[in-house]
Ligand binder design. Structure first.
Ligand SMILES: [Mg+2]
Length: 383
């Protein structure tokens, strides 16, 4: 089997509720998908990370020619050759490797988790990421009440944990955290995410102000370039500190994990370098007693890929109530998650089922693809 042609789909979906986080706002959602065609009629899909305006050109010029004529079943060979371990655009390699594995699975008639060694579960526990600041909440009171209503909705849907976006104004952030905790009660998990907004002193100040709200983890209080600052926050605040969602390549994760800068490492399967990178990061985290809690904030394809990976990861330390892996399930407005597949991935009682079909086990909805495609940057390489 040989790859004969590569189609790059740059997608954009406008959304109705513009929302803010500490670094900006989202009036729509983007994705870059790759579709690898073969001489046997099979096609494999993957999602890359990167801007839809520039990423297709990099794939077209730098990466696609190196895959044409190759057998997708040698996916790990190609991962190394494309720079999955060291160097390169990890977000692009991630998506290409996903498409190679989708093809390898389809060729074998097996789901990706089987190619990785088999699944230890057929559903994955997920938590709700939402609780952003919506543009339409024009007063602090509307913001607070809106967050409370949304958090209670997650509790009613059966989620055991939800994550609140902070990183705006420290005093108000702390008030919002306590308001949400008070509303949802003591049983439901609550995590917070500052998206790299602060320096160590501010992060410690906020961390201390929210400790009593029983926070499950304190995500990206600082930029990942400030590892010493992460360690200062860890020492000063009695909340597990997490980070790493934007990192690519094994060595960036090594630096964060081995310096004990975080309690929880959060690689994203379409940013870090793909399945092969995730497997290596998980080993690194295990060996250093750091918890792995993958980030996932892309289209339905990155969600499906994350489910296959987490299906293969055993529970945590032996116990009569062992900790099972947990996956981020973005609940913000995203048509590329809700409408991209013929059968969307739906949570039930705080779990998502692991797709069981060959490859990624999902089918792209061609009408949605057409609807969201940004025609001017779509590219085709090969015959
Ligand atoms: Mg985050």
């Amino acid at each position: 089997m040989k790859i004969t042609r590569i189609t790059i789909h740059a997608l954009h979906a406008p959304i109705t509720n513009t929302f803010f986080y500490s670094q900006g706002y989202y009036p729509g959602r983007d994705a870059v998908l790759v579709e690898l065609h073969t001489d046997e009629g099979l096609a494999g899909w993957g999602q890359c990370s990167g801007a839809p305006t520039t990423t297709p050109a990099v794939i077209e010029c730098q990466y696609a020619p190196r895959l044409l004529g190759k057998d997708p079943r040698d996916w790990n060979v190609h991962w190394h050759a494309l720079g999955g371990l060291r160097g390169g655009h990890y977000g692009i390699v991630s998506g290409l490797e996903m498409a190679l594995l989708d093809l390898a699975g389809k060729a074998a008639g097996l789901p990706i988790y089987k190619l990785l060694g088999g699944a230890v579960r057929d559903r994955v526990k997920v938590y709700a990421t939402g609780l952003y600041k919506l543009e339409r909440w024009t007063s602090f009171e509307a913001w607070r009440e809106g967050l409370i209503e949304e958090a209670l909705g997650y509790r009613d849907e059966g989620f055991s944990l939800c994550k609140l976006k902070i990183g705006f104004v420290p005093v108000k952030d702390a008030q919002l955290v306590h308001a949400v905790r008070e509303a949802i009660g003591p049983e439901m998990g609550l995590a917070v995410d500052a998206n790299c907004a602060w320096d160590a002193a501010t992060a410690i100040q906020v961390g201390k102000a929210i400790e009593s709200a029983h926070i499950a983890w304190y995500e990206e209080p600082l930029p990942p370039t400030n590892l010493e600052g992460y360690r200062e926050v860890r020492r000063a605040v009695a909340i597990p500190v997490s980070g790493g969602e934007g990192l690519g390549g094994l060595y960036a994760f090594r630096d964060m994990i081995q310096t004990r800068s975080v309690d929880i490492i959060q690689p994203d399967i379409i940013i870090c370098g793909g399945f092969s990178a995730m497997q290596r990061i998980q080993v690194l985290a295990d060996a250093n007693h750091v918890r792995l809690l993958p980030h996932c904030w892309g289209s339905a394809l990155s969600l499906a890929a994350s489910l296959h990976f987490l299906a293969t990861i055993p529970d945590g330390a032996p116990s009569i109530t062992p900790t099972e892996p947990l996956l981020e399930f973005d609940r913000s407005d995203n048509p590329l998650r809700e409408n991209l597949l013929v059968e969307p991935l739906r949570q039930q009682g705080g779990y998502l089922p692991v797709p069981q079909g060959p490859g990624l086990g999902v089918e792209i909805d061609s009408d949605s693809l057409t609807r969201f495609r940004v025609a001017k940057v779509m590219a085709q390489v090969g015959g």
